[in-house]
Structures are given as C-alpha cells and as structure tokens.
Design a protein around this ligand. Sequence first.
Ligand SMILES: *[C@@H]1O[C@H](CO)[C@@H](O)[C@H](O)[C@H]1NC(C)=O
Ligand SMILES: *[C@@H]1O[C@H](CO)[C@@H](O)[C@H](O)[C@H]1NC(C)=O
Ligand SMILES: *[C@@H]1O[C@H](CO)[C@@H](O)[C@H](O)[C@H]1NC(C)=O
Ligand SMILES: *[C@@H]1O[C@H](CO)[C@@H](O)[C@H](O)[C@H]1NC(C)=O
Length: 540
Amino acid sequence: MKPSFFHSSLSLLFSILFQTLIPQPASALPLSTSGRWIVDEITGQRVKLACVNWASHLETMVAEGLDKRPLDEISKTIGSMRFNCVRLTWPTYLVADSSVEPSGSITVHESLRRLGLNASIIGIYTYNNWILDQTLIQAFKAVVSNLGSNHIMVILDNHITKPGWCCNYHDGDGFFGDEFFNPKDWISGLTKMAEMFKEDYNVVGMSLRNELRGPRQNVPDWYKYMQMGAEAVHKANPNVLVILSGLDFDTDLSFLSNKKIELSFTTKEVYEMHWYSFTNGDTWNLNANDACSSVISSVMSRAGFLLSHGWPLFMSEWGIDQRGENNNDNRYLGCFLATAAALDVDWGLWALQGSYYLREGIVDAEEFYGVFSLNWERKRNQTFLDRIASLRSPFQGPGLNHALHTILYHPTSGMCVNPTESSELSLGSCDSAKGWRYTKEKLIQLQGTNLFARDFGPGYNVTLSDYSPDTTMKWDLISATRMHISSMNETDLCLDVGRDGYTLMTYQCCLGEADQDCDPEGQWFKMVSSNRPVLQYVLY
Ligand SMILES: *[C@@H]1O[C@H](CO)[C@@H](O)[C@H](O)[C@H]1NC(C)=O
Ligand SMILES: *[C@@H]1O[C@H](CO)[C@@H](O)[C@H](O)[C@H]1NC(C)=O
Ligand SMILES: *[C@@H]1O[C@H](CO)[C@@H](O)[C@H](O)[C@H]1NC(C)=O
Ligand SMILES: *[C@@H]1O[C@H](CO)[C@@H](O)[C@H](O)[C@H]1NC(C)=O
C-alpha cells in the first residue's frame, strides 16, 4: 500500500511526538505489575512487551544463528524490527552440574563438535569466533548482555529439561515428575538462572516452564509445583516478573477462575499462554468468521478471562508460516491480531530464528515461522512485519491519559481507519489513528467533531458528512465475530476496502456462509479502545 503524502507526512510528525508521549521501554527497569498491566516499577507507566522468541534450548544449547551473523548485528536488527524484548529459551541441562551430559560447562565448540555440526563451527568461526571457546553458559550470558547493550529486554524461558526440539505430548519432559522433569532439578535450575542474571538489568522476567503437558498433567500438582518455582525465582531475584504458564501446551489456565495461587509476594505475577492456528486445528477449516468467533470464546474462557480478574496475560507464543501458504495460519492471523489489539496484551512472536543448527535430526533446518530468512541476512516477510506493527505500542494502561476513544483496526492490513483531507475514509497508520466514537444511535462519529461516517451505496466511498437523520449514517456490528460493520440503510452492505487497497467503501457483506465464495476477513474491523494521544483532525 502506498500512503498518500498527507498520511506519510502526518505519521512522520506523529512518530516524533509519539516517542515522547508513549512510554518507551528498557530505560528504567525493573518491571512490576499494576492490575492487569505490566509497568515500569519506578514511574508506574505501562511497558508493553513486544517480544520475539529466540531459541537456545535445542541440542546445541547455543542461541541459534550465531553461525550466520554477528551477534551484535542480530541484536540490532531485533531492535530495528521494533521488538523491545526477547523471550530467550534455555533447557534445564544448561545449568545442571557436570555429571549431567551435556551440561553448560562444555564449550560451544565442543557442543557442536559432539553433534557433528562442522558447518556450524565454521559459521561461528566466521561470524562470532570469540564465542567458540566460551562455555555454553558464558555464551548464553554473552547473548543476554549483548541484547542489554542494545536496549532489548530479556525473558528467560525454561523451555524443556533435556535439550532438543519441544514439545511432544509423550516426550517425558512435559510435567512435574516425568522421566526428564524432576521438580528438584527444575527448582535448582531456576534458582541458578535467577541468581546468575541478577545483575543484568535487562532480564525483566522468568518464564517458569514452557508448555506443561502430557498424560500426567493435573491441576493439584500445578498449584503445588508452580508455587514452589515462583517462590524460588522470587527469592533468588526479587526484581524479575515471575511468569506462569498453563496446562495443555500452555493453552489452559481456566482452573485459576476457581482458585488463586498463593504466593508470598505481589506485583510480579504474570501469566502466559500460547495461541497458534494448530491450537484449534480443525476449527480453522470452517469459514474464517465462524472459526474466529469460536476460537476467541475458547481463548477467553481458557486464559483471556485473567485480564478482567486483574492479572497480566502475556501471549508468549503465536505466529504463522510466513510463506503465506498455510490456509489455517492465514485465517488465524487476522483473528489473532484483532483479539490481541482489542485485549491490548503483551506478546511474544514465534520466532526470531530463520534456521536451527540442528532440529529433529535435520542440520541447518529452516524455520518458516522465523522473521529471519534461512541465512539470517534478510527479513523473511516484510509484509508480515508491517502487518503486526500496530500491536507494538500500548493502546491503554497507566501513563496513557488521553481521552478514551475507539480505533477502527483492520487486521487484514494491520492498518487503521483515518479520514483523508478530502473527508473520505481511508486505511492508514494506527500509531496516528484518529479517534472514533460508536454512539448509542449506532453512528460512527469522528471524535471531537460533528462529522459521521456515511454510506453512499455499494462501490462508493464512505465519507465523513454532517449529521443527517436518515439511515445512511447508521452502522450495525454484525456476524459471529461482530467485526462486520454493516450499513443500516442497506443491510447487506458492509464496510470494506476498495480495490486501491486503502479507500473505504461498502460492498456486499461477506460472512463466509456456504453459498458465498468470498473471504470474510477483509471486512473485519475491530473497535479497539484507546487512550493514545490523537491529533486534531483538520478538514481542508
Ligand atoms: C567434522 O570435523 C571433524 C574434525 O575436523 C572430522 O573428523 C569429521 O569427519 C567431520 N565430520 C563431518 C560430518 O564432516
Ligand atoms: C508474506 O506473507 C503474506 C501474508 O501475510 C503472504 O501473502 C505473502 O505471500 C508472503 N510473502 C512471501 C515473500 O513469503
Ligand atoms: C439507502 O437505501 C435506499 C433503499 O434501499 C436506496 O434507495 C438508497 O439509494 C440508499 N442510499 C444510499 C446512499 O445508499
Ligand atoms: C474516493 O476516495 C479516493 C481516495 O480518497 C479518491 O481518490 C477518489 O477520487 C474518491 N472517489 C470518488 C468517486 O469520489
């Protein structure tokens, strides 16, 4: 999409203003919680986690990609893609004593040599040769500290016990007491890591354990062991956020609606959940609209409800095959983005890595969910990154005190509805999005004006107009997702985007019903509540 001059100059001006108005992370840490928000402990202002997952838990126990690009360039690129945080994964073996094989006391070189990864050794020698003779622990610390010098926050995620690809229901590494999941070793590992990174100001949180799962998972043991893990981490480093994941591959925290976990500390407790298209595999074969509605209710009852109970929820893994070829992923993405925007949650994209040294027996395995390409030189899909961009800044929360308004968010493009200088409605930046108000009378009013969105019939521009009492200004929220905005003048017309990719028009509603050969997602507009600053609209 090519923004008009009006939009680009406005967003430039705005991004300058914005830097000073929206709390920027990673300068003043540590973090704590205030109700459902994660905040800067000193200023009390919201810090929204916009993380990317970086794997360091596979067989090598080395952060992926050091054979492809210098560490500092990787960190700088994470910042330039405007992620403010990395969820860095580690296996418990990294800090096991040296009687466990392999442990973190062997060198990077040795770890790769044992696995026969000669090409990776040559790659690391080329790009990060200083790290080859460091122990795995030293190398892990070097990654954390380099991220810190690039102002990237880190969440240390205990991903698995035994290094390797995660996760499988029957891998014996999924729940407390499993073959590879001794709770004592886990507590000792968490304690060591918490102590080791106490002085690293950019380590802001620790995920206690990734994706609990398996035939032995049960709620009583969840309370028992998660409490022990949380207390151990807090005791070793009282500054970090303690992040608790749910059962069933971290998709289920529903049991918390009945019983709170007892902890000796406050303002550090955060929950995490994972949400992929394969979380609800078959559902996405339905039409995207019905599927989205059903998946959202499941997500809300399994974890989303925590927000309204005053607990922060970190969507710590989500993502898609960025080649754009997986239909379920494509249907899921718009639904995820709309929900993540409306809930204004903290999040962590899977994944950073474009490749793995070794994954499931495959050398130099490609990660199609990764933002980097196979050789880590380019971004895999800039369109995807642009589409998720508007989720990075907070819409609401402590520190954002501007008048409450509604943003009309279009998840298919990742853009928001703004008026043009000639009073048409058009998609543009969400960072400088105009404030709307959806009134009791079902009018869509441009906040602070007496102008309203008006339908001029199918294939015509939707335009801002002075109030008129007819039905061309009334809009209903319809369909299973209520993300279709239908004209009440002609009820089979819905708000849509014209062929130019940004001018708003009305077209026949596409609800994805069996007799309709169309994609309902293009007509999704999510009303997102926001306290962001809004520039005055000047009608030329
Ligand atoms: C890897 O390098 C070692 C030492 O240079 C050599 O002995 C071994 O054969 C190589 N392995 C492969 C798979 O090329
Ligand atoms: C990038 O992702 C979009 C969907 O988000 C897809 O349509 C497109 O084909 C992808 N591009 C590449 C180069 O993979
Ligand atoms: C409103 O609906 C009426 C009746 O369906 C139609 O004749 C008229 O053209 C519509 N007006 C607009 C602006 O679409
Ligand atoms: C519709 O809006 C676009 C974008 O603002 C504008 O270029 C176009 O001339 C408008 N079309 C009509 C018929 O007014």
